[in-house]
Design a protein around this ligand. Structure first.
Ligand code: AVI
Length: 306
């Protein structure tokens, strides 16, 4: 059985900061292109989602909510004030994001919720007023870190707690294709030249050492980023550079690694645009509009609940 760890382990305080640094790397095109798409089309995204109504925004896994400010500014231009509910497991990230938003956009009322949206949270908890429409934001290609069936199940569960014409705005990283994004571009995004993603990946071991009294030797695990064409996903692994034994005291566990054995830490699924649309349809948010960059590297899709 291949060894694996769940990717939520990445996001302790150090890991969240490393992820923020990843989003600034030249190779990590996902954030740059999505930001450009939002900057160019936020007004249209908000107008289509709102129709003649007031819109409140809910964001899954908001983190620093950096790109969201473009959408919030567009919503303010549309209706003067806006309620915004960022949902995230990290209280510190949410507090910092809300302070910044309320400072820069004082007509936004932020109601942060510290919760794991993959488990207990539903859109009913958002407290939006009667007559308002909700727009659920799941941007940043976060969907890529879920198995496709799990992503559909999660969206269906949330969809059931929303009303007709409430929307989902989804940011999706697209598969490589001839004449566009190459496999090399994808691999570089997950194995950058400055080594930030390698530190992000190894930070999972730092965390296990600290929190579970493990004795992983960081220098004996190498970062590996691999494109799995059959599964249409980028994979991150930590490869043991030697045969070694690791102890995790808090679990009273001893784990043997062979030289070259890999510990699988993350999947990032990439979709063709029509696969992403089919997924949204299945989740109950038929797509009404889509925005992509000219070369088709990344897409933002808007679906409205029927
Ligand atoms: C958060 N998530 C969408 C990122 C991704 O691209 O899968 C996490 C990440 N892993 C390595 N680099 C960034």
């Amino acid at each position: 059985m291949p060894k694996q760890l769940p990717p939520w382990l990445f996001y302790d305080q150090a890991g969240s900061l490393l992820f923020e640094r990843i989003t600034e790397l030249p190779e990590y095109y996902l954030t740059h292109i999505e930001r450009e798409l939002l900057a160019a089309h936020a007004g249209e995204m908000i107008a289509v989602a709102a129709g003649a109504h007031r819109l409140s925004l809910i964001e899954l896994g908001a983190g620093s909510a950096d790109k969201t400010r473009t959408l919030l500014a567009a919503a303010l231009a549309h209706q003067g004030t806006v309620e915004y509910q960022p949902v995230d497991v990290s209280r510190t990230a949410l507090e910092a994001a809300c302070r910044r938003i309320e400072c820069e956009l004082p007509m936004v009322t932020a109601n942060p919720v510290v919760a794991d949206y993959t488990r207990e949270w539903t859109a009913e908890d958002s407290g939006t007023g009667i007559g308002d429409r909700k727009l659920l934001l799941w941007i940043g290609s976060s969907i890529g870190n879920f198995e496709p069936a799990a992503a559909i199940a999660l969206l269906r569960r949330i969809n059931r707690t929303m009303r007709a014409k409430d929307g989902l705005l989804l940011g999706v990283d697209l598969t490589p294709r001839d004449g566009g994004k190459r496999t090399e571009d994808l691999v570089a995004a997950y194995d950058d030249s400055a080594g930030v993603t390698a530190r992000f990946n190894r930070n999972i071991l730092v965390r296990l050492n600290r929190e579970l009294g493990a004795d992983f030797n960081l220098d004996s695990f190498a970062h590996r980023a691999v494109w799995n064409v059959d599964q249409s996903r980028m994979e991150m692994h930590l490869e043991s550079l030697a045969a070694q034994t690791v102890k995790l005291d808090a679990l009273e566990l001893t784990v043997e690694f062979e030289a070259g054995e890999r510990l699988h830490t993350e999947n990032s699924y990439k979709y063709k645009i029509d696969q992403a649309e089919a997924l949204m349809n299945e989740a109950g948010f038929p797509v009404t509009r889509r925005w992509t960059d000219a070369e088709g590297w990344f897409a933002v899709l808007l679906g409205l609940k029927i």
